[in-house]
Design a protein around this ligand. Structure first.
Ligand SMILES: NC(=O)c1ccc[n+]([C@@H]2O[C@H](COP(=O)([O-])OP(=O)(O)OC[C@H]3O[C@@H](n4cnc5c(N)ncnc54)[C@H](O)[C@@H]3O)[C@@H](O)[C@H]2O)c1
Length: 272
């Protein structure tokens, strides 16, 4: 079935029978920030669902481990070392995607926490937050688009944050994540006619190395956790896999009529 084309008929008839149920079969997927947390969980899940995964990260040791884990499980995975806030590295990443047949799905997941009030934020910290969290999304989309346009279809997913929807501990992080939400809507309108869907995910607190670092920074991790969990109607933080399954839904044809969506994955945090 063609990517992004309208769905009709039963699941089995559409998929071509029981043997063809993998949701990302024959798809080339680029995932940024693949070496840890949500990126790692998404890479493993997407590969299990039949995708060829090209993962990018600055951490090449853990990136190589993700590549090895995918291959050991019988999947197709490639790691490319890239700082996605740098145009040269992003261009190189998409050369790899082109070699493998061109990108079908881009998951802009790389991000960095800058936990500072505005008066305490230095110019360098502001630039780092905006470069890694927002400029990287612009650069990756810019380099993915020619390949998607050539294919006449594509899917772009970006990891924003609940901190892009409501006030947070860090204005520079919130500003960058809010920028992803606006960019998603602008591009959904612009790229709809090109059959390219653009959506973003707004996770609440998710159990990853990033969350551990943020909690550590605030001192007394046990107390900070207890206090923050009280803001989660579901009564816990999320897991990287829960975000990965959301990204899988948005990446697959199961969401073929969804574009411009800003989807909280936050156990009810932003509904309070
Ligand atoms: N964990 C949370 O609670 C949470 C909540 C909301 C949003 N998010 C967002 O989800 C995404 C993933 O977060 P996570 O919790 O898995 O983070 P993480 O820190 O556990 O993993 C992020 C990965 O991104 C990589 N990375 C950082 N800077 C990079 C760069 N310049 N180029 C390439 N790779 C880079 C890191 O090396 C790391 O492997 C981020 O965009 C984050 O802002 C996370």
């Amino acid at each position: 079935m063609d990517h992004n084309s309208p769905r009709s008929g039963t699941v089995l008839a559409r998929a071509g029978g029981l043997t063809a149920l993998k949701r990302l079969g024959n798809k080339i997927v680029v995932i940024t920030g693949v070496s840890a947390g949500i990126g790692r969980a998404s890479a493993l899940l997407f590969a299990e669902e039949g995708a060829t995964v090209i993962g990018a990260d600055i951490d090449e040791i853990q990136g190589a481990e993700v590549e090895a884990d995918i291959r050991e499980a019988g999947g197709m995975g490639y790691f490319v070392k890239a700082d996605v806030s740098k145009q040269k590295d992003v261009a190189n990443l998409f050369v790899k995607a082109k070699e493998l047949g061109g990108v079908d799905v881009l998951f802009n997941n790389a991000g960095v926490e800058v936990v500072k009030s505005l008066p305490d934020t230095t110019e360098e910290e502001w630039d780092r937050s905006v470069s890694v969290n927002l400029k990287s999304v612009f650069l990756c989309i810019k380099h993915a688009l020619p390949q998607m346009e050539e294919k006449g279809k594509g899917v772009i997913i970006s990891n924003s944050s609940a901190a892009g929807l409501v006030g947070s501990f860090s204005p520079s992080y919130s500003a960058a994540k809010g920028g992803i939400i606006s960019l998603t809507k602008a591009l959904a309108v612009d790229l709809g006619p090109s059959n390219i869907r653009v959506n973003c995910i707004c996770p609440g607190a998710i159990e990853t190395p990033m969350l551990e670092r943020v909690i550590e920074m605030q001192g007394n991790p046990k107390k900070v956790r207890e206090r923050r969990i009280k803001n989660y109607p579901i009564g816990r933080f999320g897991t990287a896999e829960e975000v990965a399954y959301t990204a899988l839904f948005l990446a697959s044809d199961d969401s073929s009529f969804i574009t411009g969506a800003v989807l909280p994955v936050d156990g009810g945090f932003t509904s309070r």
